[in-house]
Design a protein around this ligand. Structure first.
Ligand code: GLY
Length: 342
């Protein structure tokens, strides 16, 4: 069992990582009050029930699996449950699931009575290495991803690696893309681990991979909670990645798969070659033959594109990054000249 403390004002919080920790949730979360546990239809029911069994007075709300729950309708269902339970400011919400459940529950907790305690139990690799910490909560609105939300930090996060045992391989790779992202900008040793270990060895060492990723993210969030500067590096690969994700929405590409593609053009050529080898090993895509112009057009309209400029994160060598403004044309040229399109 490993506990990392994230130090923030006005309150920091512990992130506890270990196999089977969910069974001791009441040691880490204050559950002797009203507790709304939010999960989704894709998450094994017993995870939320395990939390419920440790509550004095709890209820499980199950929202439909998928991005559609990050919506005003999803928010309404969580807030309605809070009202129906007559929850007060002293009560709390627990998210048990992936990024959708975490983002939705966190935002509902931030809004209900101007803020109640929120705990997170991420159940996917993607949410365990990235989205469950750092306090970004949001729903999508008018077709724009994460446009309505709040920075609202959880009170504690419990990362039970046993929950990953029910995940399909593609979902594991999806999450590992975010760990690779963090290693490329900030931790050469972790990237070298991705290079030297086989896929099954990476899975055997998943707890170490998660902890290393969390340490990177903690270091970034502690310095720049609200993404004034440094936190932008966590968006490495996401500018083009979000464009491809929007373009591929109907064909169902996963977020991590799109981020994998988005990172390739933003690396120096030597780094890109090493990255492609790692992505191949993890079963992530390394080439894109979809509508690249469509994806690039989306980049120009993204909320992160200010005055026609995008904040580009580039990796000149493994473990290092550069942040610079690029015009949309410069960005498109960089992408088109990269090995992504060869
Ligand atoms: N996932 C990016 C961030 O938390 O800033």
């Amino acid at each position: 069992m490993t506990t990392l403390h994230l130090e923030l004002s006005p309150h920091g919080y512990d992130i506890t990582v270990g196999a089977g920790v969910l069974h001791s949730a009441a040691e880490y979360f204050k559950l002797d009050r009203k507790v709304l546990i939010v999960t989704d239809t894709g998450v094994p029911r017993e995870y939320a029930e395990c939390v419920l069994s440790q509550c004095r007075e709890g209820r499980i709300l199950t929202v439909p699996e998928g991005e559609g729950s990050k919506s005003t309708r999803g928010l309404e269902s969580v807030l309605s449950a809070m009202c129906e339970m007559n929850m007060t400011r002293g009560d709390c919400a627990v998210a048990v699931g992936g990024g959708v459940v975490g983002d939705l529950t966190g935002f509902a907790a931030a809004s209900y009575m101007r803020g109640i305690d929120f705990y997170n139990v991420p159940s996917t690799v993607l949410s365990q290495v990235d989205s469950s910490i750092g306090g970004k909560t949001a729903i999508n609105f008018m077709g724009i991803k994460n446009i309505v939300g709040a920075f609202y930090q959880p009170r504690a996060v419990l990362i039970d690696t046993e929950l990953l045992s029910t995940l399909p391989k593609r979902q594991i790779s999806n999450g590992l893309a975010e760990a690779v992202k963090m290693s490329l900008t900030s931790d050469a040793a972790l990237f070298e681990k991705f290079e030297s270990l086989s896929f099954s060895e990476i899975l055997k060492n998943i707890e170490d991979v998660i902890i290393s990723s969390l340490k990177i993210k903690r270091g970034v969030v502690e310095l720049d909670e609200r993404e004034g500067g440094l936190r932008k590096i966590l968006n490495f690969g996401h500018t083009l990645g979000h464009g491809i994700e929007a373009e591929e929405e109907m064909r169902g590409m996963y977020h991590g798969e799109c981020v994998a593609l988005g990172m390739i053009p933003m690396c120096a050529p030597e780094v890109a070659k090493r990255l492609v080898a790692v992505l191949d090993k993890l079963g992530l895509p390394t080439g894109y033959c979809g509508n690249l112009d469509g994806a690039l057009a989306f980049v120009t309209h993204d909320k992160k594109c200010h005055g026609g400029k995008v904040s580009a994160i580039r990796v000149p060598e493994v473990g290092k990054f550069e942040i610079s403004d690029m015009t949309a044309d410069e960005f498109a040229e960089t992408v088109k000249n990269s090995i992504l399109c060869k």
